[in-house]
Each structure stands twice: as C-alpha cells, then as structure tokens.
Write a protein that binds this ligand. Sequence first.
Ligand code: PHE
Length: 339
Amino acid sequence: MKQALEKIELCAREELAKIADPAELETLRIRFLGKKGELTAIMKQMAALSAEERPAIGQLANRVRSDIEQALAEKTAQLKAEASALKLREEKLDVTLPGKAPKLGKLHPMDVVMHEIEDIFIGMGFDIVSGPEVEYDYYNFEALNLPPDHPARDTQDTFYINDNILLRTQTSSIQVHVMENRKPPIRVLSPGRVYRSDAIDATHSPIFHQIECLVVDKGITMANLVDTLNMFLKRLYGEECAIRLRPHHFPFTEPSAEVDIRCFNCGGKGCSMCKGEGYVELLGAGMVHPKVLKNCGIDPAEYSGFAFGLGLERVTMGKYGINDLRLLYENDLRFLNQF
Ligand code: PHE
C-alpha cells in the first residue's frame, strides 16, 4: 500500500508537469483526489490494515494528498501567470507608431451629377420619386400611347420577363404611376435605371440611367417647359448655357421636341465635338399627350402638362468631358479618383 501511495504521488507529479491547459488541471484533480479518484480508492482499503500499520500508512496518505493539492495549486498559479503574461504581450500597444489613415470612399461622378440635378429641382418645388425597374408592358408602352405593334417600340427593344412584363426602357413609365396615384398639381422628378437591348460601345449600354421630369396642372404650356429647362440647365451648366428645341415625335407627348444644348467647345460655330452642328442633342421633351392624361384618369380638358427625359450618362460625360461611356461602369479607381 505504501508503494501504491508513492506511485500515485509520482504519477500525479509527472502528469502535472505535462499540463499546459487549465481545463486539464481539473480533470487531473478529479482523477487523483476526486471521490472516485485513485487516492480515495486506496484510503478505502485502509480498513483492512492492521492496527500497527494504519497510523503510518494514514500519515503517508495524508501527506501524499496535501502534496498533490499543493502541486495542483502551484500549477494553477503558474498557468494563470503565463496566460496573463501572454495577454499582455499580445495586447501591447505602441502609441508612437504612425497611424493608418482610413481610406475614404467618394461619390461616383454620376451620383454627384444626379444629386446636383435633384437639388436644383427640389429648389423649384419638385418631389423626387421612383418607380419599378421590372415593369408591366402597360406602364412602359401602352399607357404611354404605344399600343402593341406600334413601330416606335422597335427603337426601344428591351429584355422581356414574359409577354407582359419587361425591364423598363424609359423612366417615362414612372409618369403613369405618378399620375395614377396623385392629383394635379404634379411636380415630380424621377431618376432611375433603364434597359435596352443595345450592344455596348462608347455611347451605348444595355443598362443606363434617365431622369424624368413631369409637371401637370391647369394652364401648363410649352412656355413653362422652356422656362423650366432654361432654369435647370443654366443652374447645371452656368449662365452662358443656351438651348434650342427641334420638332420631334414621341408617342406620349404632343407637340414633342428634342432639346439641344449649344456646344461648349465652339460656342455654336461648329467643331469636331458637335460634329459641325454648333449644338449637341441633350434630351427629349414635350407636352403630355391628352391620351396619356386620359389613360391615367386626368381630364385633358381641365389639365395639361409637360415632360422631359434626359440621359444621366450623357449629362455626366458632357459635364466632365468623358469620351467613353464604359469608363463610368468599369469601377477603375484611377479613373474615378479624378472626380
Ligand atoms: N422617354 C423618352 C426617351 O427615352 C424621353 C422623353 C421623356 C421624351 C419625356 C418626352 C418626354 O427617349
């Protein structure tokens, strides 16, 4: 029994020396000192000893127990000290090191221009509204006076979800939603993404952005359209900006016009930038067609309105002198950081 006790002590010390994790310490304590532990098992056999043997063995057993307890306590303290030393080392902070400046993002040039345009219109009392990009044929075409098989649909070929649902080709679809849901006076500006089945080149992309303007009230005339355009474009491009209207056709406006802006490069004399025209095409506009008003539940005998739509890419490119539309989508920071 004496040997057994000495073996336990030796074994406990050996095991303890190997331990590096506080959780293992507890397992070890239970193994040697627990109720079902090795030492307890030996103590239970003490009853079988003779009266002469018992005191000496009892003494030894107690010593072994307190030795193991002490060794456990020492190991616990040692592990704790090691852990806190490690933590201190890991959390060491050198306040004299130079800081790392956070990289600040910035707005995309198209966002900058869009916010600028929105601000101009908010200043004129307009609401900014949006509409769905996945749209019913009705809102994108039919309500806008483009019935099925209308030839003008060919110029705006798009991506169809099914016969009835498509990706909108123009923000003019938002006009219909707005007129269905609001009563005049209506003054809204609607920016948004639009889709057309076009191949990508320097001036075309199957996804691009338009900004739609709609005003409906009593007594709205072409004069209000021209005045609003002048105010808007002079704020955007500066007082020297001049526009001209060319007769055009859109199924949803009557009369319709294309609005050109005087070439900033040559001042109207004609140069390579405006292809000798002196003016550059900027946007489509017109008086809301009476049929469109009627389709949206607004009486054309009482109300009239104007609308125009412009391409955000084109405006951004013109404003910053960007000559390839693809640059706007490539997310190349060397390009974007210039703005
Ligand atoms: N939706 C037309 C286009 O995409 C532009 C436009 C808007 C024309 C509003 C007239 C009135 O070409």
